[in-house]
Design a protein around this ligand. Structure first.
Ligand SMILES: [Zn+2]
Length: 395
């Protein structure tokens, strides 16, 4: 059975994994991403990256591909030497940005990828060349790649078509993916509902103006920033006047009585306090996050015609009760909706770590889906295999 190479290109790391046809990992290793910054500046005064320091002889527009090709060759040599693993005949690329194929190259643009490494393809189109688009190669944005891994699992286990499934990222960030989809699904920047002006936040998508983007309330970073703003509003009349009609104590009382006033008000502590239901402010912030996520998930389900959405990454993994609350809110939003049939299901992803299989999943042949599904269900985040009993305990 032939081998598959998965390349996961992020802003700080470039991960390589070699797997056999059944999804067994033969060898894996991470290297610094070509986009990882050093602490220095370039001659042009821009933040220096690893490839400015290491690939000075290569023209800027070929530097990323040359660096990745060098890593790949090192990685495959090491895999052969230490694990006896044969070279791959298929390659999947999970990339931190939008990606397409042009002039026989896999090309990307992304917020972590400096455009000074981009090639000009004419007609105003430019992008960073990642690799040759060889036969058997496939690339996708990382959210869509993780969604592909999860979609293969749903297809094998529940018979649901991958394109009717979605993957929602509930971690430090808030994102979304659809299997085998080539465009970006920027769910994090949907303005989901009216927010009081004082709760708008700066967002990477819009310079110079604060926004009500979904990720400002639904992501780990958003939970933390929302807490910081709410705590800073203690005693202010604008705070008390906001969110009218909410049952229970007013927002000012929630703030003045919150344990978050002392110690860290990070996403971990907010979610832990909200879980017990004892801290009104933490519950308020979690409720807002669940509400925003439910609105965004229902929007995505209607746009893409989805039956099921699996939620993954740190917040979903540690707080499945939060995912259940999102599902309840989505149920309430879609009650009686004729467009969503069968009824939309939102649940913690059945996989431990879809992102780990994202790149590889892009090139798995359909006849191997079942073997891959069972392998994906049995792998922990660190890549070690666990028993079936343990796997079931996590469902
Ligand atoms: Zn935004």
């Amino acid at each position: 059975m032939s081998n598959t190479l998965g390349v996961d290109l992020g802003g700080t790391k470039a991960g390589f994994v070699l797997a056999d046809g059944d999804g067994n990992f033969l060898y894996e290793k991470s290297y610094p991403s070509p986009f990882q910054r050093t602490s220095r500046l370039t001659a042009g005064g821009e933040p220096e990256t690893v490839i400015d320091a290491e690939m000075t002889d290569v023209p800027a527009e070929r530097r990323v591909a040359a660096y990745l090709a060098k890593l790949e060759s090192e990685f495959l040599k090491e895999a052969k030497r230490t694990a006896g693993a044969a070279a791959p005949d298929r390659k999947g690329y999970s990339l931190c940005g939008k990606t397409w194929t042009q002039d026989g190259k896999i090309v990307m643009v992304g917020s972590n990828a400096p455009m000074r490494f981009a090639a000009d393809f004419g007609s105003g189109r430019s992008g960073i060349i990642v690799a040759d688009a060889a036969e058997g190669s496939q690339a996708a944005n990382d959210g869509n790649a993780a969604a592909t891994a999860q979609g293969i699992y749903y297809r094998a286990v529940s018979g649901i078509e991958p394109r009717e499934t979605g993957y929602i990222i509930l971690g430090t960030g808030f994102g979304f993916g659809i299997p085998f989809y080539s465009a970006l699904t920027e769910i994090g920047h949907i303005p989901v509902r009216a927010m009081p002006d004082w709760l708008l936040q700066e967002c990477g998508c819009t310079e110079g103006r604060r926004t009500a983007c979904a990720e400002n309330y639904a992501s780990g970073r958003g939970l933390q920033e929302t807490a910081r703003i709410l705590l800073s509003m203690e005693g202010k009349p604008e705070l008390e006047a906001s969110f009218p009609g909410r049952p229970g104590p007013g927002p000012c009382k929630l703030v003045s009585e919150s344990a978050l006033r002392d110690g860290a008000a990070d996403s971990k502590r907010i979610m832990e306090l909200a879980r017990g239901g004892k801290d009104g402010l933490a519950c308020f912030i979690e409720d807002l996050a669940a509400d925003v996520t439910a609105h965004a998930a229902v929007t995505a389900a209607l746009l893409f015609g989805l039956q099921v959405i699996g939620a993954g990454e740190s917040i979903a993994l540690h707080h499945p009760w939060h995912v259940r609350r999102i599902a309840e809110k989505a149920d309430a939003l879609t009650a009686g909706n004729n467009m969503l049939r069968p009824k939309l299901r939102i649940e913690p992803t059945p996989l431990r770590d879809p992102a780990k299989f994202g790149a590889l999943s892009l090139v798995v042949p359909e006849e191997r889906y079942e073997a891959w599904a069972s392998k994906m269900a049995a792998v922990k985040k660190n890549g070690t295999r666990i028993t079936t009993d343990e796997t079931d305990a996590h469902r």
